[in-house]
Design a protein around this ligand. Structure first.
Ligand SMILES: [Zn+2]
Length: 101
């Protein structure tokens, strides 16, 4: 019985070890960033603030932009914010659909 649980413990330990090695290998820069979890860090990582854009929500995915603006678009003299490049791309495929002037 004790022999068996000992084996299981060793097995689990080696998996944890492998996982942590794999994580460090994959993205050493990001492990640091994800360990810090405050709103100010998110705001700092984005060069854009809500008062720089006219929309409060991502026009493509409707996510509130207070979470952080990933990208912006200048369209008809206004600046629109988006949570990500993907949403910006989606907006640019048919801006007149999203913005009705
Ligand atoms: Zn979005």
């Amino acid at each position: 019985m004790s022999n068996h649980s000992n084996l299981v413990n060793k097995f689990i330990l080696s998996i944890i070890l492998l996982l942590s090695i794999a994580c460090q290998h994959d993205k050493p820069a990001e492990t640091k960033a994800t360990s810090v979890k405050t709103d100010s860090v998110i705001a700092k990582s984005s060069p854009y603030t809500l008062d720089m854009v006219v929309n409060q929500k991502d026009l493509a995915c409707y996510m509130p932009l207070k979470e952080g603006i990933g990208d912006t678009v200048h369209y008809h003299g206004k600046v629109y914010g988006f949570c990500s490049k993907e949403c910006k791309k989606e907006f640019l495929t048919r801006p007149s659909y999203y913005v009705k002037d």
